[in-house]
Design a protein around this ligand. Sequence first.
Ligand SMILES: [Zn+2]
Length: 536
Amino acid sequence: MPHYRIAWRNPNDRLYDISIRFRAPEDDPLLWLPAWRPGRYLIMNFAADVREWSANLRKVGKSQWRVNAKRGDEVEVTYRYFAATLDAGSSFLAEDEAYVNPSNLLMCVDALRGERCTLSLDAPVSWRIETQLTDFVARDYDHLIDSPIIASPDMRVHSFEESGATISMVFRNAHRIDTEALVEPVRKIVREQAAFFGGLPLREYRFLFHAGDRWHGVEHEDSCSIIMNRKTEGTDYFVSMVSHEFFHLWNVKRIIPAAFKPYDYLRETPTRLLWVMEGLTSYYGDLMLLRSGVWTQKRYLEDLASEIQRYESSPGKEVLSLAQASFDGWLSEQMHDRANAWFSFYDKGKIVGALLDIELRRRGRTLDEVMLALWRDYGQMGRGVEEDAVERIVGLSEFFARYVDGTEPLPYEELFAAAGVEFVSHPRAASLGMKVVEREGALIAEAVTRGGPAMTSGMLAGDEVLAIDGMRTKSIADAERAVKRAGENEIEILFAHAGIAMRRMVSARATGAVNVELKAANKPSALRDAWLRRDA
Ligand SMILES: [Zn+2]
């Protein structure tokens, strides 16, 4: 049984000391570190931060090592890992905290992957340690690396009993945040989701929160890690993220694509189902806020409208299907011209979830039945979800061909009208079709819209905008003023590409971006009442 030990010497050098002790299951046993982690479908190459490994290890691949040992030998290997990133899936070391996502830094003894393993964390005795692992024992390597850990002398914890489980909310850096006020909405979310699935499949669950400067969440089997953005007003983001991550406890942690069973941590594992795992989780996450009374119907529809607005304003919708975006998620970070060729499968998946739910409800069925069938036939049976399983359960092959596997415009007018919801979409004001940002005193075109005036004039993303209509542009406000003043008249734009200045004539025009509104129609609607019902 492998034993993992995590220690450190000088926290400010951000280096964890890792030791793994085990009996060699074979000659020259193979060890590897994941190249990605479930929840983020991108190659991240954690091996890049492994340092100073012991002399009995020799590197044999990008993320693989072999141990100089004979079968049956008692072995200890050691190495160090640099940990200075604080996000929901990373690891971090500081004077007052050890935050560990084991997928980043604990190597797998390949032949022992399925065996129980133990863990010790050498934190000062006065520190508190929070993790989903009971007594620091993991069922197997997969369970071990699915279990984030926070150790610190300074954390705030609120625990409550709900639906037969102990739910803990663990906060770091939460000074000046009224964490007590967040307990009640979380309890409502937990209760609603537990009732939906017919109970919680666990006895303990931990929300591990860090207050920071962004929003980021990662789901695990019996816990999740969430970074909260202190600068955000109100609790809408907080409850939406909590509800999303909690819904994952079923959808993706227990209802798992067959492609992920077992996870291949060393290679990309494409699946066309990421929109189901992420998009439907977002759809249900927010729907549960409505059903549990945490959000009003008006708030829910505003949020859905803003999602539609973002998706409908992305040119990538014309060329990329939802299933393909899911499959190619692994390539999205390396893609050039992302602004024109990509969209978020979270966003479109959530929108398609809403439209599919309405379409099913028109036919006397619901998406709830589909979700519960996935739980019953796959999650509870421990069976991986095949690539075509969702379409098979839903039926409606034409809907899938058009909106999931195809790029046809989504049928908002028809379906929202059927659901008693007014859908209003207006083109945005004329523009040059570029997104500009201020960088080191210069104005840079971060994205240039396909077919828009800026692209037609020869501009590329990354070009510096020097002047518009004869006026020097150094800020976003300068550019907006110049475009507004010109209206749709032809004006001169001066920009620099690869160090060469260029002068072109352009006219602002509408570029396909829209403003979207959704609101409940005045007429009563039984379908709307059922779709947007409130249980609590
Ligand atoms: Zn998610």
